[in-house]
Design a protein around this ligand. Structure first.
Ligand code: ZN
Length: 323
């Protein structure tokens, strides 16, 4: 059984980009059985009512295969409702914190507001997964972005933004007494893996990587079709990708998550130059051909595509009770 724990099914007002039903069609062709959907939809998934509306869109024959995250905001009542949903709804696998703006409006940007999220989750006794998109706003340089030179996206959202935000999250988790698992989504540089690895001794923490951050470096953005390779966080340099591959081989990255995020061609090549890549389409080849070519054996591939995910989400995917 293979799991993709990070897809953007969009649907609703953005069903022209992607739908839950269509993601399952792609997943089937790619050999993926279960998916975890992300909450930066329009409108975002914040309350119980949003979850019920969302679950109503899941094809009947896929029940038990669709899971979703709820978004975190700095609103105490909203976060308490998300924790309640996590406790009572099997399909809610965790809470997602956008510690920097990406696609959609869902973000908790200031350090103080992020701290509050951790304090609230600790106070509520939340023991589930808090998945975090790490890109610290004060490190972003949007003025450097020039669509005629797509590689500037890499400079506008430098790896330092990811590293600084990741360090913040670890600090907030420790100082608040957060009891859940901190999951760092789509890490894009080797420094992030090193920081996560060091923190494993002190807190429950995991990290995931996308196929695109392992397959490609930011020279792809210099191609004539470079705008297609614009995503957040951006592709990094050749040397960084080589070290990320090495860490993947060494088992220092917990799992593969596609961050599947399609946009129409018009929105990629013309304003708003949307960020995101439809990476679920890469899944089968990535897992069956590319990973073995990297020298990754069957046992580790199994961990990266299901074993480690099943371990962290045991209470949702297995027979253990909710915490
Ligand atoms: Zn994502």
């Amino acid at each position: 059984m293979l799991i993709d724990p990070h897809v953007h099914c969009r649907d609703g007002k953005q069903r022209y980009k992607e739908t839950i039903e269509h993601v399952f069609e792609i997943a089937k062709k790619q050999g993926v059985d279960k998916i975890f959907d992300m909450p930066n939809t329009d409108p975002p998934i914040l309350r119980g009512a949003d979850v019920w509306k969302r679950l109503a869109l899941v094809p009947k024959d896929q029940e038990g295969n669709y899971f979703l995250y709820m978004g975190a905001t700095a609103d105490d009542g909203q976060l308490a409702e998300a924790v309640e949903c996590y406790r009572h709804c099997k399909e809610v696998v965790g809470i997602k914190l956008y510690a920097g703006r990406s696609v959609g409006d869902l973000a908790v940007v200031s350090e103080e507001a992020q701290r509050k999220v951790y304090r609230n989750l600790a106070r509520l006794g939340y023991k589930g997964v808090l998945a975090v998109h790490c890109e610290k706003e004060s490190y972003l340089r949007p003025a450097l972005w020039d669509p005629t030179r797509p590689i500037t996206h890499s400079q506008a959202r430098p790896k330092e933004a990811e590293i600084a935000s990741l360090e913040d999250q670890i600090k907030f988790a420790k100082e608040s007494g957060f009891q859940g698992t901190l999951h760092i989504v789509h890490i894009s540089c080797p420094e992030s893996v090193e920081i996560v690895d060091k923190a494993r001794a002190e807190i429950k923490i995991s990290c995931g990587v996308t196929p695109h951050h392992i397959l490609w470096d930011n020279e792809m953005l210099d191609r004539p079709d470079g705008l297609l390779y614009k995503m957040n966080p951006p592709l990094r340099g050749r040397e960084e990708v080589a070290r990320l591959r090495q860490y993947l081989r060494e088992g220092k990255i917990d799992w593969i998550e596609t961050d599947h995020a399609p946009h129409p061609l018009g929105e990629k090549l013309f304003p708003p130059y949307a960020s995101g890549y439809p990476s679920l389409y890469l899944y089968r080849n990535f897992v069956t051909k590319f990973l073995p070519q990297l020298g990754i054996g069957k046992k580790l591939i199994k961990k990266l595509t299901s074993g480690n995910i099943l371990r962290v989400f045991a209470n949702k995917l297995g027979s253990l009770p909710n915490l």
